[in-house]
Design a protein around this ligand. Sequence first.
Ligand code: AKG
Ligand code: FE2
Length: 268
Amino acid sequence: MSDFEVQQYLFDLQGYLVIEEALSPKELATLNQLLDAQELPVPGKIQRFGSAPQGPGFLNWGKPFCDLLDHPQIMPILRFRLGDCFRLDRLYGMYMREGMPRGGLHADYGATSPTSGALPGEYYPFRDNQILNGFMVVAWSLSDTGPDYGGFCCIPGSHKSHFKLPKQIADASEKASCVVIPSAPAGSVTLFTEALTHGTAAWRGKHERRTLLYKYCVSQTAWTSRRVQPPGNVELTLRQKILFREPADPHRHFPSLFEREAGGGRSV
Ligand SMILES: O=C(O)CCC(=O)C(=O)O
Ligand SMILES: [Fe+2]
């Protein structure tokens, strides 16, 4: 079995996947330095920074943030989930300091979602060995997160659940054995489907939590009517530019990200 087959299997099984050492030590250090240079306020009630759509968000903070848009470590997995044509829908960073409380568990698709009236299977359709689920989150860890610290938490396998999240679990997620905080050391990337029931665990780390979240969806779908703007000061590649296009039908009205002309190369 290739690494890719293992990643594919585990992603489908769990609804999320952590790839460690996805960033080189140099990439990681550069991103952290650029973030330090922003001199953001100490994290408090607001846990987010650099959000978009409200302009380009943190993409305006330098090319290294744009290089993550189509980083080679994530493209094959996104392609398996979203097909050849997908867009960047929104992004934000999360930062937390010691003692910050947890957030609520939630899912954007499936039994627990606000749209739980959707027909069974629509939130996670599986056809002809293709899983095209609407939204994927790519979360880059710029500092260590995991069971000893807090951060991203989820209920593995819940993207396929047919039942709504019980209130008992939602009210005390920190005590529920089905909720896990995956270990995602600095430099790793966590990919998850928005159909997964997930949330933010309280932060116990002495160090600051720093995660960059990029959210992608199939080209014909959008979360809001607002769009992430391309950064003003960084020249994007042809392929990166495609990620900013308006929603449209795949292939017919929205180009593939994996054609040679898009700079992706057919084997990516
Ligand atoms: O990483 C986290 O703390 C949770 C993020 C989240 O809820 C999301 O991306 O939808
Ligand atoms: Fe979420």
